[in-house]
Design a protein around this ligand. Sequence first.
Ligand SMILES: [Zn+2]
Length: 270
Amino acid sequence: MVDLWLLLEAAAFLGAVSVVVWRTRVLDAAGGAAAVVLGAVVYLTVGRGGAVLLVTFLAVSAAFTRIGYERKRAVGAAELKGGMRGWRNVVGNGGVAGVAALLSALYPSNHHLFVHAFIGSVAAVFADTMATEVGLLSRGKVRRILGFGEARPGEPGGVTALGYVGALTAAAISWAVSVLFFTNPLGPSRLLLTVTLSSVVGTTVDSVSGQLLQAVYRCGVCGALTEVPVHCGAPAQLVRGIRGFDNQAVNAVCALTGAVVASVVYLLTG
Ligand SMILES: [Zn+2]
């Protein structure tokens, strides 16, 4: 089933990517290890196109995370550790895609359905990450997706018009990569519908679940609102959302939404 050349190609590709990820500090050690496992699974199931799509997501997201980093940090909305992401981030963003990839190999008769779900899932988290990182550069007001009240930058559920421009840019990139690199062509127009709907619906569901479900705490020491349950070395108090429902849980909801939307598109246009 798995031929030697594909194995060698996967090893060489993932080895090269690991070196770049390590040198540019895009992921920490555990994040890098998780990404290599995910990449290997995807390479051997979905194939080269899947791995290229994941690496494109990683590279473009990392670049946009660093654009305006000081300003994002000044408003308290930057990714921590200079934008270096960990294994939780890899699992939150890529776990659903990994499961879809495995299912595509386990159920060969539905291979294309699960490849579609894989593409939709990655497109959704890519769009959502870009919506956040590009949206944070917006000079306009941040609005809550439900009720349209004003939100602070980086607040779960906050949206900007510029963020949606970022999401659509990500969708265009996902589409181009899918058309160029997938060895089993699924048809450019069908892919365009898949990635556009998965990206827009996934990003929107991410914002809604961010506003309704994600835990926000207030630090008892410095008074800041935070997404982490421990701040200034002390447990912070839950002010909204579900305790423990963190940003990675919201990302997983986004990823699952993208996969479901893509599957529905595949089944309805088949
Ligand atoms: Zn604090």
